[in-house]
Design a protein around this ligand. Sequence first.
Ligand code: NAP
Length: 290
Amino acid sequence: MSKPHLLMTGPMMPAIADPLEAAFTVHHLDQVPDAEALLKAQAGTIEAICTGGHTGVKTDAAMIGRFPKLRVIANFGVGYDSIDTVSAAKRGIIVTNTPDVLTEEVADTAIGLMLMTVRELDKAAHWLRDGNWAKHGDYRLTPGSLRDRTLGMVGMGRIGQAIATRAAAFGMPIAYFSRSKKQGVPYPYYSDLIEMAKNVDIMMIITPGGPSTKNMINADVLKALGPQGVVINMARGSVIDEAALIAALKSKTIMSAGLDVFASEPNFNQELLKLGNLTMLPHVGSASVH
Ligand code: NAP
């Protein structure tokens, strides 16, 4: 029997790619010179799509519409904001994602990015590597510290709770905002994001992307966070109004920010590189072999 045809939208690690290669006829969108020609040629054969946030390919209504035989879209990643689930549901196409398996890794990275940002650890590391320590003396004492700083979580789901557990162990007071109060979560709940922003020092964003959270962190939220405020985004680039963030970092409306995710990836807004009070990671939240 011939194997069903699968479209892989970008590179996948061997643990994923190898078993798929064994079970399917795999078409690699990122390995052909003309992706459009591949999509046209295989429109009538593709029954499955294997994708991931890191591939930068959106499985939107137009993409789904190309494949009349499509039965499943499997997203290697948490959430499904890059997939038009309404179009998929209308045709009974199954959509899967990988919650839970990444939780601990992303929570660790979130704490790492928060520490890097507040204590300027990436800049201190560059100070050493660039030979400045011996030439110009110690790296500066950082104005930022985790001491006496309240962490405001935007999103308190699986990963949010894992981050909060870690931050609580650091002795940080914690509060959170989401659309609903979470059962069994002991931290103060805010139903109003601006209200929470006024009362916390570091804002940690860990919600899904997609229309319901688009540009949720806007100029008003950043202003409410204030000049000692720090924003860490582990969620999706779409959750922050990036132009408002750049303006707030330039004008020192907030102190600093740390981003693991961007409005556009991997070709992110180059303006961000000019900001000395911004720490950036290339979307590595969950990126360990484990
Ligand atoms: P989850 O368990 O579904 O938690 C999502 C949280 O966000 C919930 O507290 C939810 O509460 C809140 N939320 C959802 N929509 C919201 C809205 N419109 N306004 C305010 N709060 C909202 O998901 P998770 O497993 O913790 O993952 C969270 C997200 O992390 C993923 O969707 C993904 O975007 C991101 N992520 C990033 C990386 C990385 O590498 N950087 C890796 C994995 C995941 P309510 O429903 O009550 O609002």
